[in-house]
Design a binder for this molecule. Structure first.
Ligand SMILES: [Mn+2]
Length: 354
């Protein structure tokens, strides 16, 4: 039996299933597709919002109750100890596209990752799930665009756009697609309202039977989108004014404190597209914690590697993600040391790249 046949068998014999999903657009769109499939099969499910940060804490796993657990858009293979503990009592399916840490496939774990599945291009989890079920293409496209996968899947996106009566996107990363609007709506809900917002966005996705219905229902998320886009515009301007530039390292950094909304990831993505041949690093200080967003849109250096290396050896710190977009989290007391490590590791990458 291949992976998909085994997955379907596990789902079929389960009454209720834990769905652990990332809370960005890609994670929510991957989850929405999976849940629609489970609902059609008459399965119950327990939804758990997750993030790589939360997965570092062992009490996070207490929320998982069922004998089948599905991780979506979350690098479960980076938390092997916890996963193997769960695996003592549950079968596990991981559908993820973060940098591969370990091939977890076994008799009781099914692990999808583009690297393991012979997909040699960037492939967000919404697309991974779409390729399994081939349903709700509009949800999959929203997630793929949310994770900046547009340029790798343009032909498919154009077909979906035409099917739904939308103008085919033509911009570099398909960011002119009509579907991008809905990615912004979904993400804004999370940025303004945190988990309550992402739960609501996911519910709108699940409850909409078609793209037409979703267009009407998603109006509920529009006030939040306006608040977020105004706030982002304001911060974009202050970034341009106040950013620090290290020319030798092609590095732009910027530190923010006490943000009104959780927009670090969105802001870093936006400003890094304008400075696509620079490494852009945002530091967001909140209480005694620093959250870091790293971006490098031309792909010259590996941000996942940079964040991992630079948090190595720091207490209660973690880093990881994708080559062009990564994140890290650390204690404020280690802020200066992290910045040093970051510069040193960037220097190492520049040397080896030459
Ligand atoms: Mn993703």
């Amino acid at each position: 039996m291949n992976k998909k046949e085994r997955m379907l068998e596990w789902i079929n014999k389960s009454l209720s299933i834990d769905i652990v999903h990332h809370i960005d657009s890609d994670g929510l769109c991957a989850a929405a597709q999976m849940i629609k499939f489970l609902e059609k099969k008459g399965k119950d499910y327990n939804l758990v919002s997750g993030s790589p940060q939360r997965m570092r804490y062992s009490n996070f796993y207490n929320k998982l109750k069922n004998e089948l657990i599905i991780f979506l858009d979350l690098p479960a293979d980076q938390f092997m100890e916890e996963i193997y503990k769960l695996n003592n009592r549950a079968n596990i399916i991981i559908i993820d596209h973060h940098v591969l840490n370990k091939d977890m496939n076994s008799d009781s774990i099914i692990h999808y990752n583009p690297v393991l599945d012979g997909i040699n291009k960037y492939c967000p989890s919404s697309k991974q799930v779409y390729d399994l079920f081939k349903k709700h293409d509009w949800i999959a496209v929203i997630g793929v665009l949310g994770d900046l996968g547009g340029k790798h899947w343009r032909d498919w996106i154009n077909r979906v756009e035409r099917k739904h009566g939308l103008k085919p996107c033509s911009g570099e990363n398909c960011l002119d697609s009509e579907f991008v609007k809905y990615d912004h709506l979904i993400n804004s809900a999370r940025m303004v309202k945190g988990e309550e917002g992402s739960d609501k966005a996911l519910k709108v996705l699940i409850d909409s039977k078609s793209f037409e219905e979703f267009k009407e229902e998603s109006v509920k998320l529009m006030d939040w989108e306006k608040e977020v886009s105004d706030y982002l515009d304001e911060l974009k301007d202050t970034f341009e004014k106040d950013k620090l530039e290290n020319e030798k390292l092609e590095l732009l950094t910027y530190t923010l404190r006490n943000l009104k909304y959780n927009i670090g990831s969105a802001l870093s993505t936006i400003v890094s597209m304008k400075h696509h041949n620079k490494t852009v690093v945002l530091f967001i200080i909140k209480g005694s914690i620093v959250n870091v967003n790293l971006r490098r849109q031309d792909g010259k250096y590996d941000m996942a590697e940079l964040s991992r290396q630079s948090t190595k050896g720091l207490l209660k710190a973690s880093g990881g993600g994708h080559a062009k977009a990564a994140g890290a989290s650390l204690r404020l007391v280690d802020y200066a040391e992290f910045r040093n490590k970051l510069r040193n590791n960037l220097r190492v990458q520049m040397k080896t790249a030459k």
